[in-house]
Design a binder for this molecule. Structure first.
Ligand code: GLN
Length: 474
């Protein structure tokens, strides 16, 4: 049996039935890492000894307390990976940038702490576009990550290493951050389930900030069940992050089987624009038919301010970036600022300009107002429908280097994903099949705090299609 290709659900069942130990699970992932890392470059740091020690502890724990321990520690003995934007105690954290290449955090981000408390084992820190700036992984100072389904292509970014690592079986789950697309795009390009939760659902404490009014923490997994289970663990109020909302976290996994008969599905007409790859369009149309077969009722919906979303995003996000990155000044934090990569420099310049006196009203303030209009579009839509369905990306995973020289082309990969972040809504990517051997994803968007419903819809779709079973041949 190839242990590293199991889902979390299957691995936990195997552990409970003593078919294998956590030590074996971790070793299977470490072996996979040794085998494929030279090709993929999904990790910046590998925690080999730490992971094996932790696995041995988990095995002892299970021996001592028996099966009941999984109630308290639902991820006991499961190897996972953490995006390098999350602070991990005693484990190097670089944000994908050489500016903080020597940072060993003295504490864990809240999400990391929760995952560890649930028994998960960290096998390593994943590669990413530096600071989260990017859609392909090519902006990493540690070299690009490659797509395990096709090594000439990008895995999607900025959580590029997390996508490649889960898809290839180097770990069972990886964390990501989604400021404009960065969980859902790598999930779409790597045949994975990726959640961008409601803004404020998951604590960002201990995560290096990109754009604070947009940043969310999400997870990449092979299946919907695994994703729902992880969010159950990580979501909730955190006194260290004042933007988290004191709302109960449902047991998402308990509701997955519910029928979606009568579900009102909206198709945003502005998302079916010229520029969308015809093959992707055909795929989403057949996915919609599949949802209809499952009982969904489909209606066209308009999100009239969609055309302004990208421009608004690329004013507000660089503004917040220029402010958040100002502390990395070579004195308080990090090495000298000349070491920032081109993309970070571009955003710092843009953000400094849009926030400067005289231009603030014309750009920042105006964009903040348009943001409200984009949010209102979604609110109006959700008066009529339960969820919105769209492709996650207008194109297939592109070739490494194909868009690197043209930032505007790169930014357009997020055209269907970033409006959701402007509005703070949750959205889930679920695998929608393959085109020419390359994975494509469907996005399910819901109103705030509707993650439970998103998982139900995705679960039914996954049950009917089972694309997650197609692993990359690497
Ligand atoms: N690709 C988008 C950007 O470059 C989103 C990145 C993200 O979500 N971290 O800003």
């Amino acid at each position: 049996m190839n242990l590293s290709n199991l889902t979390i659900k299957e691995a936990t069942l195997g552990l409970k039935k003593k078919k294998f130990s956590s030590n074996q699970l971790v070793k299977a992932c470490l072996d996979k890492i040794k085998k494929v890392e030279k090709k993929l470059n999904a990790f910046i740091t590998i925690n080999e000894n730490g992971a094996i020690d932790q696995a041995n502890n988990c095995d002892l724990y299970f021996k001592k307390f028996g099966e009941g321990i999984f109630e308290k520690k639902p991820l006991l003995g499961i190897p996972i990976a953490i995006k390098d934007l999350f602070s991990t105690k005693d484990l190097k954290t670089t944000a994908g940038s050489i500016i903080i290449n020597k940072y060993i955090p003295p504490f864990d981000a809240t999400v990391v702490k929760k995952l560890k408390n649930a028994g998960a084992i960290i096998v390593g820190k994943t590669n990413e576009d530096a600071w989260g700036h990017g859609s392909s992984g090519e902006n990493s100072d540690h070299g690009p990550t490659r797509n395990p389904y096709n090594l000439e292509r990008v895995p999607g970014g900025s959580s590029s290493g997390s996508g490649a690592a889960v898809a290839s079986g180097e770990c069972f789950m990886a964390t990501g951050t989604d400021t404009g697309s960065s969980v859902r795009l790598p999930a779409a390009y790597c045949n994975l389930v990726g959640i961008k939760p409601t803004y404020g659902r998951v604590s960002r404490y201990g995560i290096i900030a990109m754009a604070s009014s947009f940043d969310t923490v999400g997870h990449l997994t092979k299946t919907v069940y695994d994703n729902a289970l992880t969010l159950e663990i990580t979501a909730g109020k955190d006194s260290y992050d004042a933007t988290t909302v004191p709302k109960d976290v449902p047991k998402y996994t308990h509701y997955l089987e519910k029928s979606i008969e009568g579900l009102k599905i909206g198709i945003p007409e502005e998302y079916f624009i010229s520029g969308i790859d015809e093959k992707v369009e055909n795929k989403i149309l057949s996915a919609i038919k599949q949802l209809q077969k499952l009982g969904g009722k489909v209606n066209k919906i308009s999100l009239p301010h969609t055309e302004y979303a990208m421009a608004t995003y690329y004013i507000l996000v660089p503004s917040e970036i220029s402010s958040n990155l100002s502390k990395f000044d070579g004195i308080r934090y990090g090495d000298e600022r000349e070491l920032f990569g081109d993309e970070a420099k571009r955003r710092i310049m843009l953000g400094t300009y849009t926030l400067s006196s005289g231009y603030y009203d014309a750009y920042y303030l105006k964009a903040a107002k348009v943001r409200t209009l984009v949010k209102r579009d979604f609110e109006e839509a959700f008066k009529k429908v339960d969820v919105l369905i769209a492709p996650s990306s207008p194109t297939l995973p592109f070739k490494i280097g194909e868009k690197a020289a043209d930032p505007l082309q790169m930014y357009l990969s997020d055209i269907f994903l970033c409006p959701v972040n402007l509005a703070g809504m949750p959205s889930l990517n679920v695998p929608m099949g393959f085109i020419d051997g390359l994975p494509v994803g469907m996005q399910i968007i819901g109103q705030q705090f509707s993650e439970k419903l998103l998982y139900q819809v995705a679960y039914k779709y996954e049950e009917a299609t089972q694309y997650y079973k197609i692993s990359p041949k690497i």
